[in-house]
Design a protein around this ligand. Structure first.
Ligand SMILES: *Cc1c(COP(=O)(O)O)cnc(C)c1O
Length: 225
């Protein structure tokens, strides 16, 4: 087991000092590793694969807040709906409609983030900025249509590069977009405020740029195969 408790304390401390939260990315890692961080007080864990998550979740404590951060197909939403705390990767209206429908069956409200494409690489998923804004507008025009989802903010992945200025500018773009969308939600400070950005390689930069939720895996659990 390669869980790095020192790194966990340092990173969660840095996040907390900035009023941000840490989502521990546990994909490909065994439940023992998750329990090791749980024992240190960590409660938010993030996974990328539906099958893997629904395999692990039943054997782990009920007060874990599970975040989904992988690409989500509509036909898999039903497996997450009973327990998922936040879906960070909403990239279409039909997906949001399906989340609303499945959450209703369990009498739940599921927190959601819109995933926005901010990286230079064409391969990274997510909505174009203008499409994210249009989707947010569309939803706020008819809030009664989505009683079982709460749109909380944006998620993004920066370019995979050593060019820190580029990464910083991408985080800034995401924050600016979030600020542009907030007024559609009434501009209330407590609404549409989550900015999920920052991974092992760039979480410090993300915290400097206003991240409210960092997603860190390999620094905590060791590298993945
Ligand atoms: C795997 C993953 C992470 C964590 O990456 P690390 O570099 O291991 O910290 C964060 N966000 C997303 C969307 C991921 O897929």
């Amino acid at each position: 087991m390669a869980v790095n408790i020192e790194a966990f304390k340092r990173i969660s401390g840095e996040a907390g000092a900035r009023g941000s939260r840490l989502a521990a990315v546990s994909k490909t890692k065994p439940v023992e590793d998750i329990l090791a961080l749980y024992g240190e007080g960590q409660r938010i864990f993030a996974e990328n694969y539906v099958q893997e998550l629904i395999g692990k979740q039943p054997g782990l404590p009920d007060d874990i807040q599970w975040h989904f951060i992988g690409h989500l197909q509509r036909n898999k939403v039903k497996y997450l709906a009973p327990f998922i705390s936040m879906i960070q990767t909403v990239d279409s209206l039909p997906l949001l409609e399906e989340i609303n429908k499945q959450a209703a069956r369990h009498n739940r409200v599921i927190d959601c983030l819109l995933e926005v494409h901010i990286a230079r690489e064409a391969t990274k998923s997510g909505l174009a900025q203008r499409d994210a804004q249009a989707l947010a507008e569309r939803i706020t025009r008819d809030p009664a249509a989505f009683p079982h989802v709460r749109l909380c903010g944006l998620m993004g992945m920066a370019s995979f590069t050593d060019d820190l200025a580029l990464v910083r500018s991408e985080f800034r773009k995401l924050k600016e977009l979030c600020s542009r969308i907030q007024p559609f939600f009434g501009g209330d400070a407590g609404v549409f405020r989550e900015l999920s950005m920052g991974m092992s390689a760039d979480y410090s930069l993300a915290l400097e740029e206003g991240s409210t939720l960092i997603r860190v895996g390999s620094l905590l659990f060791g590298s993945r195969n």
